[in-house]
Design a protein around this ligand. Structure first.
Ligand SMILES: NC(=O)c1ccc[n+]([C@@H]2O[C@H](COP(=O)([O-])OP(=O)(O)OC[C@H]3O[C@@H](n4cnc5c(N)ncnc54)[C@H](OP(=O)(O)O)[C@@H]3O)[C@@H](O)[C@H]2O)c1
Length: 335
């Protein structure tokens, strides 16, 4: 009789999530049904985007709204402990969109991606730099932004899971990378630890435009946008002819009334593009993308910051940390 602790959605967050929106619930694991597998989860990945499906009536074409009282949907990294599926064998490691739980029972119909058998990186990297966030940075930069040497790449939420990798990939491709983050300390860490060429502190709202002009004196060729809203509106005023805006996410608008952008006409006058994407739709290319990221890590070209907590009780607070900007790098909880 194995006990399983889950983090359930106790209340729908009002704006930014708070730790009290989440509760721990303990239950006995049921027997496996035919075609199901049992995972022991080693890591929970905290991803700001899941805030989108916590509101009443928020379901869309991608995912349904999360029910109150049910385990919170999210990404986990687990080991197959038992299997009644012909597709998975005990001992295999998978990354899956399931729920914030110590153990998961699922069938192969869910979003499950196998980890390679031979792994060169710590396990946590497979939900970070080699998982959804690093792969978002990789696909957004290499498929959509395609920076050319000497161009300026501007990245918002530059100290987060996606942003910490996006700027470095931009630099590897020959661009100058400028990071936007909240506060002087985080901006300093972007420059010293992640080697961003320059930074912009979005919390200094009064001089945001002059900071953008000073950090991007030749204008912005690529805006890798994780934030959306009013910040996107500000940045659009600084884009160059032919700029590419990559819409990876919009954390400023999750659960908040959206302000802006009201100046999308900038895309017309600058003959610029704005392209959104969903990383999980490129799952067939994960092996190729992971291999390239791994080569860059091995060559010391990518630094991998992690914000790691321990224990299932830390999962809800760690999710809230993403919205308070407490994290630096990919946020994970080790179980
Ligand atoms: N398209 C895809 O397939 C895909 C996949 C994964 C993630 N994403 C998106 O990528 C973005 C980053 O996600 P993540 O999970 O890796 O989170 P994260 O970047 O690790 O953390 C979020 C960061 O956003 C910043 N932030 C929070 N609220 C903000 C606000 N109101 N204005 C400006 N900055 C704010 C905080 O840093 P500061 O201290 O700088 O405020 C925080 O560290 C999200 O928008 C997410 O939805 C998209």
């Amino acid at each position: 009789m194995t006990q399983n602790v889950s983090v359930v959605l106790a209340a729908r967050p009002n704006g930014k999530p708070r730790p009290s929106d989440f509760e721990l619930v303990e239950e006995t694991l049921p027997e496996l049904a035919a075609s199901e597998i049992l995972l022991k989860n080693h890591y929970v990945s905290l991803d700001a985007g899941f805030r989108n499906w916590m509101d009443e009536g928020s379901g869309d074409d991608v995912l349904p709204a999360m029910p109150l009282g049910a385990p919170v949907m999210g990404l986990v990294l687990g080991e197959v402990l038992a299997s009644r599926s012909p597709e998975f064998a005990p001992g295999e490691m998978v990354m899956a969109r399931l729920a914030w739980q110590q153990y998961s029972i699922t069938d192969a119909g869910d979003f499950l991606v196998r980890l390679p058998e031979k792994r060169e990186a710590p396990l946590s990297y497979y939900v970070g730099v080699l998982g959804d966030t690093g792969l978002s940075a990789y696909f957004g930069m290499t498929d959509i932004a395609k920076p050319r040497p000497g161009e300026t790449v501007l990245v918002s939420a530059a100290g987060g899971g996606v942003g910490s990798i996006a700027g470095q990939v931009g630099q590897i491709l020959g661009a100058r990378a400028v990071g936007i983050a909240g506060g002087p300390e985080k901006c300093a860490r972007l420059r010293t630890e992640l080697h961003y060429d320059d930074t912009v502190d979005y919390q200094r709202e009064a001089d945001l435009d002059s900071q953008l002009r000073s950090a991007c004196p030749d204008g912005v060729d690529v805006y890798f946008d994780n934030v959306g809203g009013a910040l996107l509106e500000n940045v659009l005023e600084h884009i160059n002819e032919g700029a590419r805006v990559v819409s990876c996410g919009a954390v400023a608008t999750y659960g908040q009334p959206s302000a802006g952008p009201t100046n999308l006409f900038q895309l017309v006058t600058k003959q610029a593009s704005m392209t959104g994407f969903l990383t999980h739709t490129r799952a067939d290319r994960y092996p190729e993308a992971r291999a390239q990221l791994q080569r860059w890590i091995n060559a010391g070209q990518i630094v991998v910051p992690e914000y790691c907590k321990d224990g299932i009780e830390q999962v809800g607070p760690a999710f809230c940390d993403l919205f308070a900007g407490n994290n630096f790098g990919k946020t994970v909880v080790r179980l």
